[in-house]
Design a protein around this ligand. Structure first.
Ligand code: ADP
Ligand code: MG
Length: 349
């Protein structure tokens, strides 16, 4: 009976519903979807025009009546209906790829410390989008499982997940989160910092995509032997005409310095409030950086120097969380402790 159920429903999936990207893991297969968490809407009709990769191309380039939005911009459901449509799009796409059309069981990663109301919103959106059963895991826990940290053991493990909208800093042991902090300083904030800096220093207005591209191209937190530089194009605020200037890694450091400091401070606070035994494990074994923000050059050594703990970057930081949802999916029974309990009105009693 159980085997038959498994076959019937092996279209089960794990979802990393990130503010920047959504990734989907298919049971017994691996990652099948990796697309931006973006939806393009027609404001006149209220209809969805495009989702995922197609919608991202439209950001900043839409005619007046079309708007490209990121429904999860703060890491939680800030736009419920659009999130639901986006989830339905990803679930349907996964079903087309897997060719399993039953209602899947879905493991969803959510940022740590979200409220019950926000969690219910994620559960409802996932159910309305077609899920049969929804299991919730906090993203740093999923990320830790994804990078194979021994979180089920009585041993402290630390993860810093720097995404687009939020950063999750968490210390885990025995399948639970011992201590954590979630802050709205992550990749998007760095982009905004760069926009403000270029405006103030050079009197040039640049868009978000440009800011992100320059951050990825020349962002570095330590001075190298040669300065990194790249041209940046925007609108001159005085003449209103296009203008190009050369930007260096020193400019990026200056721009994002305050945000980086607040990340380090938050990490310090987590360490300061972690119980001594667990702290001693973390000091020995270090913290692992995951999420796209982990890829800013030099962040590992900066945190390590300032907080005196070893810091490492995972080899594939962008997929850690979804790999973790996959590991949970493959053995729900083994990992039931890491799942978040929520009141399930629809569950059979
Ligand atoms: P989320 O989980 O919120 O969807 P991700 O983990 O996908 O976020 O990370 C997205 C963030 O990572 C974006 O702000 C993006 O600019 C940033 N990012 C991606 N690659 C790099 C890189 N090479 N250097 C610096 N930042 C990067
Ligand atoms: Mg993430």
């Amino acid at each position: 009976m159980f085997e038959r159920m498994r076959k019937l429903f092996s279209g089960d999936i794990g979802i990393d519903l990130g503010t920047a990207s959504t990734l989907v893991y298919l049971y017994e297969h691996g990652i099948i979807i990796n697309e931006p968490s973006v939806v393009a809407l027609n404001k006149k009709t209220g209809r969805v025009v495009a989702m995922g990769a197609d919608a991202k191309k439209m950001i900043g380039r839409t005619p007046g009546h079309i708007t490209a939005i990121r429904p999860l911009v703060d890491g939680v459901v800030s736009n419920f209906e659009v999130t639901e449509e986006m989830l339905a799009y990803f679930i349907n796409k996964a079903q087309k790829i897997s060719r399993k059309f039953g209602r899947p069981r879905v493991v969803v990663g959510v940022p740590s410390g979200i409220t019950n109301v926000e969690m219910r919103a994620v559960v409802d959106a996932t159910k309305n989008a077609g899920a049969r059963e929804v299991y919730i895991v906090e993203e740093p826990m999923a990320g830790a499982l994804g990078i194979k940290l021994p979180v089920m053991n009585p041993l402290g493990s630390m993860v810093i997940d720097i995404g687009g909208g939020t950063t999750d800093i968490a210390v885990m042991s025995l399948g639970g989160i011992v201590n954590s902090k979630n802050l709205r300083v992550a990749g998007d904030k760095f982009n905004q910092d760069i926009i403000s800096y270029i405006r103030d220093e050079f009197k040039i207005l640049i868009g978000e995509r440009t800011a992100e591209d320059i951050k990825i191209a020349i962002g570095a937190l330590a001075e190298g032997d040669e300065p990194l530089e790249a041209p940046i194009r925007g609108r001159d605020l005085v003449t209103g005409l296009p203008r190009e200037v050369m930007i260096t890694d020193a400019d990026i450091r200056e721009a994002i310095g305050a945000s980086i400091n607040s990340l380090v401070d938050a990490t310090k606070e987590v360490l300061e409030t972690t119980p001594p035994e667990v702290l001693s494990d973390v000091m020995k074994r270090g913290a692992i950086l995951i999420g796209g923000g982990a890829l800013i050059k030099g962040l590992d050594s900066l945190i390590s120097d300032m907080l005196k703990i070893p810091v490492y970057i995972d080899a594939e930081p962008l997929t850690a969380v979804v790999r973790g949802t996959g590991i949970i999916l493959e053995d729900l029974n083994k990992y039931k402790e890491v799942l978040v309990n929520y009141d399930d009105d629809d569950a059979p009693r």
